[in-house]
Design a protein around this ligand. Structure first.
Ligand code: ATP
Length: 586
């Protein structure tokens, strides 16, 4: 039997809060102290009134008033401390959650990124967690604090007049039951609104990131119409959400008005029939009764946040649970590679299609012994990058097997597998930070000496000397202050530092001028020495120095064999492609 959403949401929140038990305990202690002070201070107003009515000395009245003021100020001080502790807790919990969600998303495979746009993921990681965090602090400060305050006020009224205490208890219990019921009402509508709104953000993100192309191709009106259709889809859901929130807030207001009316009626009846209460005590009871409305009103105010937080908590839990689920399906043995010669690679009759039906690779087979190199050549869309993706398990073959060191990669744990492979793509991903950060991928455990050794072994010293600021050079967010060639050189150093057993270079030199290509050529030689390597290229010239060559056409292996041998046979496909390449691309 599955737990009702309300209970599982609370369990989820408690799990997230449990590492901060001590702080939460302290918070509760402070909140309770605040409530006790809050409940106790009106006693001094009552005393003040009674003493003044009895003609007490002004010094006594002054002390009574001073005590009241001292208690009120200490309560305010406590409120400030509680707020700052709560906001600290808020950041700790939400940042941990953001990290967990980011990690969960980064672990996911291509299919996941097909199903969710970057904008949608940003909204889920940041927007949902933000809402959940706001609620979390409100939950501690307002929801729990207000419930405790209600209990304290009712107890104080009981103490003054048991009959009025019962009235307060009945009214506040009825009000709380109604308000709690409203809390879970409409969460599904709010959740569906948030999902639609996130996918619209995704659309906006795509449109904005492709703004240059869109403008250059005069596609603004198309992009606008796509966004407009998204807004049209969102409109009815937004309307429904608005109605739901209006119902919730109005029900809350009606409940509060009823509570107030019932309590004033009870007070009126008592005063008509003579309650035997002094003027000061009557004032205290009235004060407590009006005070009871404050926490109830706060709880009504929290209702819309509560619904949004409920929906956000569900979406956050789903994302984390999906990742755990995917992990448990895909977990495998840790990949151990002991050789100094690189990892042998085999494709045995491999077929694969991104959507599971239309194959992109069909029955591809080849074998690269440890420490040898393979050139993969083919036209755009022939499936070259897909070969690389299957190796580091961005996707898994539907037929046949892909093996590293004789082990099917599908049985291996992805982290250890990926740690053994270095992939240098055509478009290098750069991050805002120094050149050093981008080479070490922000790993502070990698010393400058190791970075410089890698650079020296790749024979990139001259390049580094020419870079203003050297390793301290600041790289901009999208790498716009680095040329494509420099980015490739940086990627080589990054790959070299990982000491991989397999190096995959995917069109790593296609964007470069011939001088930079020569520098990169040296780096590639150093990087691939004593390692198994795969060099992916459009042009046959780029793979002339490899040990083996695989020719791909429409996802099929047209030919595979030793490069030098195939080059010698004029009737081989490779020799034919080379002859054709003399006139252009493969
Ligand atoms: N993530 C993806 N989802 C769906 N289809 C994809 C995906 N990536 C590639 N494809 C399709 O798979 C086919 C092979 O793509 P792949 O990137 O492997 O080709 P490639 O030979 O490396 O091309 P290029 O030289 O242009 O990089 C293409 O038809 C492409 O449209």
């Amino acid at each position: 039997m599955t737990a009702p959403p309300y209970r599982s949401r609370v369990r989820f929140l408690l799990e997230r809060l449990s590492p901060h038990r001590t702080r939460i305990f302290l918070l509760f202690a402070l909140i309770c102290t605040g409530i006790v002070i809050h409940m106790y201070s009106p006693r001094y107003i009552g005393l003040f009134i009674d003493r003044a009515a009895a003609g007490a000395e002004s010094s006594l009245l002054f002390v009574t008033a001073l005590l009241f003021l001292t208690l009120t100020m200490s309560r305010q001080l406590l409120v400030i401390v509680v707020q700052s502790l709560t906001s600290d807790l808020h950041w700790k919990v939400t940042n941990r959650l953001r990290l967990d969600l980011t990690r969960a998303c980064l672990r996911r495979e291509l299919a996941f990124y097909h199903a969710h746009t970057p904008g949608e993921l940003v909204e889920r990681i940041d927007g949902d967690v933000g809402r959940l965090g706001n609620f979390l602090s409100a939950f501690l400060l307002k929801v729990i604090g207000n419930h405790l305050l209600i209990a304290g006020i009712v107890a104080a009224i009981f103490f003054l007049h048991p009959l009025l205490g019962w009235v307060g208890l009945l009214c506040s219990t009825a009000a709380l039951l109604i308000l709690h019921r409203m809390g879970s009402y409409g969460t599904a509508t709010v959740k569906s609104y948030m999902a639609q709104s996130a996918s619209l953000l995704g659309l906006l993100d795509e449109t904005l990131s492709g703004r240059e192309d869109i403008r250059a191709l005069n596609g603004s009106s198309y992009a606008f119409s796509v966004y407009y259709r998204g807004l049209r889809r969102l409109y009815p859901v937004r309307k429904q959400t608005g109605k739901t929130l209006a119902v919730v807030l109005n029900t809350g207001d009606i409940t509060l008005a009823s509570v107030m009316a019932a309590m004033l009626l009870a007070m009126g009846l008592l005063s008509v029939h003579g309650s035997g209460l002094s003027l000061g005590t009557m004032f205290q009871v009235y004060y407590y009764m009006t005070l009871l409305l404050v926490p109830l009103r706060n709880i009504v105010g929290e209702m819309s946040d509560l619904q949004q937080a409920g929906a956000s908590a569900d979406r956050v839990r789903e994302l984390l649970a999906d990742a755990d689920n995917a992990d448990s399906k895909q977990s495998g043995r840790s990949f151990r590679w002991n050789g100094d010669d690189g990892i042998p690679v085999s494709f045995d009759n491999v077929s694969f299609g991104y959507d599971g039906t239309d194959p992109v690779l069909r029955g591809v087979s080849f074998h690269i012994p440890a420490g040898r190199s393979l050139g993969v050549v083919g036209k755009s869309g022939s499936g070259k990058t897909t070969v690389a993706r299957l190796l580091f398990r961005m996707c898994d073959a539907q037929h046949g097997s892909v093996a590293l060191g004789g082990t099917d990669v599908r049985t291996l744990d992805k982290d250890s597998l990926r740690a053994a492979i270095a992939y240098v793509p055509q478009h290098v991903e750069l991050f805002e930070g120094t050149l050093r950060d981008n080479i070490t991928l922000f790993d502070s455990g990698v010393s400058d000496q190791r970075v410089m050794e890698a650079i020296a072994l790749l024979r990139l010293d001259d390049w580094l000397k020419a870079v203003p600021g050297g390793l301290d050079r600041l790289i901009e967010r999208d790498g716009s202050n680095l040329s494509a060639g420099e980015a490739q050189l940086l990627a080589m150093a990054r790959a070299f530092l990982r000491s991989p057993g397999l190096v995959i270079l995917d069109e790593a030199t296609s964007l470069l001028d011939s001088a930079t290509e020569r520098t990169i050529g040296n780096a590639i030689n150093a990087l691939t020495r004593s390692r198994t390597s795969i060099i992916i290229a459009h042009r046959v010239q780029a793979v002339e120095n490899t040990d083996y060559v695989l020719l791909l056409r429409d996802g099929q292996a047209v030919e595979f064999g030793e490069t030098a041998l195939l080059a010698r046979y004029p009737s081989s496909e490779y020799a034919k492609w080379r002859r054709e390449a003399g006139a252009g691309d493969a």
